[in-house]
Write a protein that binds this ligand. Structure first.
Ligand code: HEC
Ligand code: HEC
Length: 214
């Protein structure tokens, strides 16, 4: 599996982010007015989060998820999952745990709102055979193996809804990695565990190529 270099970069990034966040009054009082939170979220998204998640949430690296146009409720749930450490795969631990402890509950909502409001990335064409195979799995599931259609929850265009994440246009390497960590139960996703527990590596790659192309 292609892994993020977890040796120095996250620590350096986290330290730099911590300094920036503190300088920007990130630990502001809980009763701070909403518009101020929104402004702070936009500023920090541009100055800190963009280092990995890309400008306005469209990451260029296949290892970092795209956040632009992601579902607001889902984004907030994930930031809480990093804070609560229920999302505990190595990359969550190395990159997002420290980052998330610096985000107050009020700021969770402000970040979720900020990224949900950004224009999502357009799809990227993939290997036509994989896209076709993945599309079939996404739309129909594999009834004989008890695998439900992904579209049931993630939407017919993979646009997501509420706590069901948008997958359209997402980095395919990131999608594969999440399917692997959810399968290994390193990421607590009770709804997803049962559904993807028997998905093969080939099926993961195919469905990832499909959603990235949407
Ligand atoms: C040093 C790199 C880095 C920085 C800076 C960073 N992130 Fe992340 N982020 C990651 C990685 C890596 C993941 C994927 C974690 C995993 O695989 O579980 C991630 C995942 C996420 C997710 C979950 C996305 C999904 O589709 O489930 C959210 C939300 C998020 N980050 C928000 C933020 C916010 C808000 C900031 C700024 C305060 C931020 N990140 C800064 C690296 C970073
Ligand atoms: C019954 C509803 C349901 C079905 C069916 C379903 N999912 Fe999910 N999926 C979810 C939920 C809920 C989450 C968010 C889990 C969490 O909060 O950690 C999720 C998360 C994911 C993620 C992580 C996204 C991210 O940004 O990190 C991927 C990838 C994913 N699903 C792929 C699939 C695929 C592929 C299928 C079909 C084989 C599928 N899902 C079927 C409900 C579903």
């Amino acid at each position: 599996m292609h892994r993020i270099d977890a040796r120095n970069r996250p620590l350096r990034a986290a330290a730099a982010a911590a300094a920036l966040l503190l300088a920007a009054g990130f630990t502001a009082a809980a009763d701070e007015a909403k518009p101020a939170d929104a402004e702070a979220a936009a500023k920090l998204a541009a100055e800190v989060c963009s280092g990995c998640h890309g400008p306005a949430g469209i990451s260029k690296s296949p290892l970092f998820p795209r956040l632009a146009g992601q579902q607001e409720a889902y984004l907030a749930a994930q930031l809480h999952a990093f804070k609560g450490k229920t999302r505990s795969d190595p990359e969550a631990h190395n990159y997002m745990w420290g980052m998330a402890t610096l985000v107050s509950d009020e700021m969770v909502d402000a970040f979720a709102h900020y990224y949900a409001s950004q224009q999502p990335a357009p799809g990227t064409a993939g290997d036509p055979k994989q896209v076709e195979q993945g599309g079939k799995l996404f739309e129909q599931g594999i009834p004989e193996r008890g695998i439900v259609a992904c579209a049931n929850c993630h939407g017919s265009n993979a646009e997501g809804r509420g706590i069901f994440p948008r997958l359209a246009g997402q980095q395919s390497a990131y999608v594969v990695r999440q399917l692997q960590v959810i399968q290994k139960q390193l990421r607590s996703s009770p709804i997803m565990h049962g559904i993807i527990k028997d998905l093969t590596p080939e099926e993961m790659t195919a469905v990832a190529a499909y959603v990235q192309s949407k």
